[in-house]
Design a protein around this ligand. Structure first.
Ligand SMILES: [Zn+2]
Length: 179
């Protein structure tokens, strides 16, 4: 549950301090798009990613096994987001082109934190070109939940998935049971 009262208080059903030690769903923007989210990150953070052996792994440059095998890498960015319905905090994956779109918003507003986030795919396919829609929300950025380190959360996810096929990817902005 997440609700902002008329005088700016924010009520949630869980503590607002989020620890990177927790596991989070990694949300991919589905073909139908994604909306109803508030950005909690100040800015996009991203790195080069390989899709290799049925999972994603960050490129470790010098001693990267995927690079040695000639697997190409592509840059992806991530943002902490809060679902307005349900209050779930997750990490959304965006493309390099979509990350470029955040620049104008940051220049204008100073930060992505508190922005109303929506994403669309054109064509409406799993890998359709991603377009973001960012608008100021009525939430006070200072009172929104403060997630921990995005890098730590992603690294834990990658380490956890390195021992099995598949991953933590989901395209639903909804709570998810995780082992
Ligand atoms: Zn690599």
């Amino acid at each position: 549950m997440f609700r902002a009262s008329s005088n700016g208080e924010i009520w949630t059903s869980a503590p607002s301090e989020v620890h990177a030690a927790q596991r989070f769903a990694l949300v991919r923007v589905p073909p139908k798009g994604l909306s109803g989210a508030i950005v909690l990150s100040e800015e996009v953070l991203g790195t080069e990613i390989h899709f290799w052996g049925g999972r994603s792994m960050p490129c470790s440059r010098a001693d990267c096994k995927a690079c040695l095998e000639g697997i190409s890498a592509r840059w992806y960015g991530w943002l902490w987001i809060l679902a307005e319905k349900g209050g779930m905090i997750s990490i959304v994956e965006i493309t390099a082109a979509a990350a470029e779109q955040t620049r104008a918003y940051v220049e204008q507003q100073g930060s992505l934190r508190g922005a109303r986030f929506a994403a669309q795919r054109l064509p409406a396919k799993p890998n359709g070109r991603m377009t973001l829609f960012l608008r100021p929300s009525h939430y006070d950025a200072a009172k929104l939940p403060t997630p921990g380190s995005l890098i730590t959360a992603l690294e834990r996810m990658w380490n956890a998935t390195s021992h099995r096929q598949g991953g933590e990817r989901t395209d639903e902005l909804a709570p998810r049971n995780q082992a």
